[in-house]
Every structure is written in structure tokens, then in C-alpha cells.
Design a binder for this molecule. Sequence first.
Ligand SMILES: O=C(O)CCC(=O)C(=O)O
Length: 255
Amino acid sequence: MQLTASEIQAGALAPERLALAVQKVKADGYVVLEHALPPAFVAELHAAFMERFQKHLAASDGNRGANRYQMHLPFEKPFCDERVIANPLALSVIDAVLGPKAVCHYFASDTPMPGSDYQAVHSDIHALFPETGLTVPAYGLVLNIPLVDFRADNGPVEIWPGGTHLIPMNLDLKALAPEMRSELCLMPAGSFLIRDLRMWHRGTPNRSTEPRPNMAMIYARPWLRTEYPPIRIAPAAFEALSPRAQELFRHEKHA
Ligand SMILES: O=C(O)CCC(=O)C(=O)O
């Protein structure tokens, strides 16, 4: 969705457009809010990210396939700016889908480098009741923030919308995915991709000459336990957060 100037300024979608965004997440498994962050702030995030990422690259191998890196982010500025972690535009959708008590418990990034390949099609979470095949409403959402434009040539995320988040899990996605419609998630830097954790997706090859960084946060219902390590938040950084952000990060490690 293209945000209007007044929505960006107000930090709120018009009521009927919020309802549409929520419906897109529930029915399609995702919504994109284009250009949600100001370009100057995205440039600041990108510069800070690349500085940290270059050190990470020098010290580790790809951990998500060849030339593809998942990297946790430090809970430091500019990454933990409230425009990222508690953005009212994103939260209006997240709250409507997950309820008002959501927590954020994953603060990281994904970066395919030139030379990366296709990932296996996957979803990002286990089924709640795997033995039943029961389909339930959303219990976790990823907020992705691309730090560069996602183009066809630089390894955009490929998604399978149209209800794959509602198909009971533990299926052979490799065999089934070619039967379903997929699309490349092309979007400008600083957009918000809000997607159901269960929606089928995969990373695609980066055929450009530059890294393609994507911030990734998980917002979830407060009872969801995942295997990710807690986000380490220094007490002073936690104290400096707004009441809403403190509520979102209340389950993390404040030390
Ligand atoms: O390319 C991306 O940003 C997403 C990659 C991904 O889905 C993963 O590593 O699990």
C-alpha cells in the first residue's frame, strides 16, 4: 500500500485503510506499507548496519546458505529508534492482528550477498498443534524493513500469498510450492513488510554487486515461546524507552 502524506505525518492509516491492511495480513498473509520511514533515517540505518555487517562478514561464514547472513542486531541507536521498534503505523496493524499485549522478541537482519542462491521454501514458525492440522488465527508477525530497494536482481524475498499461512504445517513445501502462486516482494527501502510468521517464503539469489540488508523483528502474542536467544537490552536503554516500547520488550533480558 502506498501511504499518503497525511498518513505518514499522522503516523496512522485512515481507518478504512487500516481495516484493509489488517484484512490483507489475515487473508493474504502479508501487507507492505511503502516508504514508511523517512529516506534520511533509512540512510542512517543503512550506514550503521553496513559498518556492523562488514565486521560480521570478516568473522563468520554464511549461516543461512552460501553467501547469506542472518545477523542479530544490537539494541542500540539507530537500530532501536522508536520509529523502528514501536512505529505507530506498524503497531496499528500488529495490534489489530495480535491484540494489544504483543511482545517483540527477535531483533535481527537477513542479508544475501552477491553469489547467494535460492533458499528452500519455508515458514518461520512451528505449528501450535502439529498433531491436529488445526488452522488458527495469527500468533506472530515479522516486521521486515528493507534497508535498500528490493529489486528483481538483488535477492528480494519471494512470498507465497493467498493463504499459505493458513495451510496446516508439516507439509512437503518443496513439492507443494510450485503448485501455488508466488511473487517477488519488490519494495522501496524503508518500507514495512508485515507478514504472518507462517506464510511460505524464501530468499532468492542476489545477482547484483551489493549486499541486500533487511531488518527483521518478530512481534508475537505474549505466550509464544521460540528458540531465539533473548534480546539483550542494557537497563539504561530500557529505561529510555517509551512506555509502549517497554511493554513490547518486557520479556527480554534487561542486563
Ligand atoms: O532474504 C530475506 O530477507 C529472508 C530470508 C529468510 O527467509 C531466512 O533466512 O529465513
